[in-house]
Design a protein around this ligand. Structure first.
Ligand code: PNS
Length: 173
């Protein structure tokens, strides 16, 4: 049987416990799993830069031998071909995710029929969790316990404080 190499693409700004749940599930199913961070198109809303996101993902997946982390630019399907990947892994949390995911999977299939999209569900306790919600809670000083690993929580708090102090300083100038 051939090796199945899967790409798990996303923004990962920052990686959450929901992402990590899916990475663990994917690493059991596929021979190799590449977590691929898409270079941001809407930079304005970003909290972390690409290298910072990669660093956190690497730290949180270091014990998984068949998982690597990379950054990609451009079309996901082109990146899949470049990496000899035959599958894309995506997480579906609730029905609300389905429409966008279906559109993306079908469009990717139209562009590149050799790549199959595989959907997995994270544990239900993460079904309400997203990076966007983590960024928002952090911005207003809310609790992140259980939503992201401790290391990520520390870095999010630090980054939010850094951004806040920068905004305050530039306002004064
Ligand atoms: O974590 P996200 O923001 O849900 O991830 C979305 C992502 C990065 C997987 C998607 O935007 C993507 O694949 N971007 C790469 C560009 C691309 O191939 N776009 C066409 C998708 S049909």
């Amino acid at each position: 049987m051939k090796d199945i190499v899967a790409i798990y693409p996303g923004s990962f700004d920052p990686v959450t416990n929901g992402h990590l749940d899916l990475i663990h599930r994917g690493s059991k199913l596929f021979d190799r799993l590449i977590v691929a961070i898409a270079r941001n198109l809407d930079k304005d809303e970003a909290l972390f830069d690409m290298e910072e996101r990669k660093d956190m993902l690497e730290a949180m997946t270091s014990e998984l031998d068949n998982v690597t982390v990379d950054i990609f630019e451009g079309l996901l399907v082109a990146y899949c071909i470049q990496k000899n990947a035959n599958a894309v892994l995506r997480g579906i949390r609730a029905v609300s995710d389905y429409e966008f995911e279906l559109q993306m999977a079908l469009m990717n299939r139209k562009m590149e029929p050799r790549v199959e999209t595989v959907f997995m569900m994270p544990a239900e306790k993460y079904s309400y969790l997203s990076s966007r919600i983590v960024r928002e809670i952090a911005k207003f000083g809310g609790p992140l316990t259980g939503l992201v690993p401790e290391l990520v929580e520390e870095r999010v708090r630090h980054k939010v404080a850094e951004k806040h102090s920068f905004a305050t300083r530039t306002h004064l100038l």
